[in-house]
Structure formats: C-alpha cells, structure tokens
Design a protein. Structure first.
Length: 330
C-alpha cells in the first residue's frame, strides 16, 4: 500500500497482497517446525483450519450456516462475546445510548417482512423474507466490525453474499450504485421523533462494491436469527467499511445510475463520506482513526489495537479503489 503525493492511493495487484494475519501465521508455523514440533504443529494447524461451527447461545431460533469458502471470510481472531454483541449497539431508531436498542427494540415486528427491489434492474420484485432465506445457501462468516467511533468487534454472522441477490434481479447497464433503505415506522421505533437523522436511514454502495463476495446479506449471528437490536430480520455486513455503512432492518434495495444521498453523509458531509472505508490514515475531524478499542478487552491495562487499512481486508477489496485518492473520497 502506497500513498504518493498528488497521486492518491496506489497498491499492487490484489493477488500479490498477503494479509498480515496470514504471513504472521506462516511465521508461527516456521518457528514451530524449527523447534522440532512439526507433527504437533501440523495437527494443531489442521484443527484450527477445520474449526467446528460456533456454539449457539440458545437465545433465539437457530439459523445454521456452512463454513464459508470465500477468501477472507473467516478471521481467526477471538470472537466478541454474544452478550456484548447484542447489548452494545448503534441503532438510533431505538435510542442513542449503546444499551437502548437491547431494551427497546422488542417493539420491532420482523414478520411479515418484505424487501422491495427497484430501479435499474430487469427483474424488479418484492421478496418475502422466507424467499430471501432460501435464495442461497447460508454461510457462517466471522468478520471484524470497526465502528467509526473507534471501537471494534469480531462477529460470527450467518448469511450469503449480497451478489447472490443482485445476480438474480439482473441490474441494467445503467446501474452504478445500490441504495439500501431501512424500516422507518414510528409505531415500532420509539426514537423516530428525534432529530438525530432524517428518516428512513439510507445507505449505499457502488455496484462493484456490492458485488464483492465479502459484502454480506446477513440474517443471523452466532448461529441464530438476528436479534432485533442487531438489525433483524436482515441487514448488511460490509466488513471493510465503518459499521454505519451496514444498514439494518432493510425494506428496500434500489439500483440507480447516481450516487445515493446517504443518511450520515447528508447529516455531516465533512465527517462521514460516502465511501467510509476503514482507513487509519484519514482521521475523523474530531478524533484519530489510527487505533481502536476492542469491545471485551476493556481491562485497566488493555491497550488499543492498531487499525488496519480496509479493516484488514485489503487483499480482497483494495483493487476496487485503485488510483483513487482515499483522503478525498473518504
């Protein structure tokens, strides 16, 4: 990864990029082999690569997913505890404190639920939730989540690549962007009267970003359906972008020829860009983005982690931004 003055972001061919986690694992293997622990090392390595499915918390209905074969879809980092994932949330329709959604989102009714596909597609359609659940095989993906506020988690999602849905609706040649509109129902969402944002919450991706295999249409986490506070019944998980790009409780997906006006970009364009890729070299106007606090590592002596470019997914997505000035297109 190179930042050249006046030339923006440059990087080599994607296939030549080795993620840091991978080469660190290789170094660990070489050290073990050199120490004479080759057999044990290989056995341990194999068991690590064949991890069993993550145990369910038995809180909600089961939603099993097969181990994903998508490159980069399974980080080996320690999972954030289910209790933290489900009680430390940004979902402003249910309150602005992190603990509010877990307390108030029980009012959200996730059935019946439909998602309308509109705009520049050959096959517009209104999908029922059950249709979407059966549209493609469910996979388990363990992604890092990096919030623009400077904290992070590691979450085991269940879902399938957003591209599976996109391919079925067949975007036209005019489709350049995908807009995601989330539910806005004052009867179910107590904070819609607040002026934090203009509702409904809207997010968007460039079409090639949405087609990247890592862009996930998520229906569950920890082997169960999504809790309401985490965006039930379906949401996005776009792991190389800040968390607010991953819209919750989606009701409409619109394909357009123009970049959509997204909620946080409209509210504070100098602070929240359309792309919002995780970038330790581009600070938020009010704080640094070079480090992050991993939820669950909050002890007195816990150190912040260094934030990595594209949240560690550069090998998989860096080519999408070749030649772009990511300080300008933040």
């Amino acid at each position: 990864m190179l930042f050249l003055k006046d030339r923006g972001f440059q990087h080599p061919v994607a296939s030549e990029i080795t993620p840091r986690a991978v080469y660190e694992q290789r170094r660990q293997m070489l050290r073990l082999l050199a120490a004479g622990g080759g057999g044990l090392a290989m056995a341990g390595w194999a068991s690590r690569e064949a991890l069993a499915q993550i145990p369910r918390p038995n809180k909600l209905a089961a939603l099993a997913g097969a181990r994903s074969g998508v490159a980069g879809a399974t980080t080996m980092e320690k999972l954030t505890a289910y209790a933290d994932v489900t009680t430390y949330n940004n979902y402003y329709e249910f309150g602005t404190d992190k603990s509010d959604p877990a307390r108030t989102a029980d009012t959200l009714k996730t059935r019946p639920w439909t998602v309308a596909i509109e705009g520049e597609v050959k096959k517009p359609k209104v999908y029922d939730l059950d249709e979407l659940l059966k549209l493609a095989p469910m996979e388990e993906r363990v992604y890092r989540l990096r919030c623009v506020e400077g904290w992070s988690m590691v979450i085991p999602w269940v879902g399938y690549s957003l591209s599976e849905l996109i391919k079925r609706v067949e975007p036209t040649g005019n489709a350049k962007f995908v807009e995601f509109v989330t539910l806005a129902d004052a009867k179910q969402m107590p904070e819609l009267n607040s002026r934090v944002l203009a509702w409904p919450y809207v997010e968007g991706l460039r079409l090639d970003e949405a087609m990247n295999p890592l862009a996930l249409l998520a229906f569950g986490l920890y082997g169960e359906v999504l809790p309401n506070q985490n965006g039930a019944p379906l949401r996005l998980a776009v792991p190389w972008k800040y968390g607010f790009k991953s819209g919750k409780s989606i009701v409409k997906i619109r394909f357009t020829d123009r970049q959509p006006a997204t909620s946080w970009n409209r509210a504070a364009p100098s602070e929240y860009g359309f792309y919002s890729n995780v970038n330790p070299n581009v600070d938020h106007p009010r704080w640094s983005q070079s480090k992050e606090r991993r939820i669950g590592e909050d002890g007195l002596f816990a150190k912040k982690r260094a934030t990595t470019m594209f949240n560690g997914y550069e090998a998989q997505v860096g080519q999408l931004y070749t030649g772009m000035d990511l300080k300008r297109f933040y």
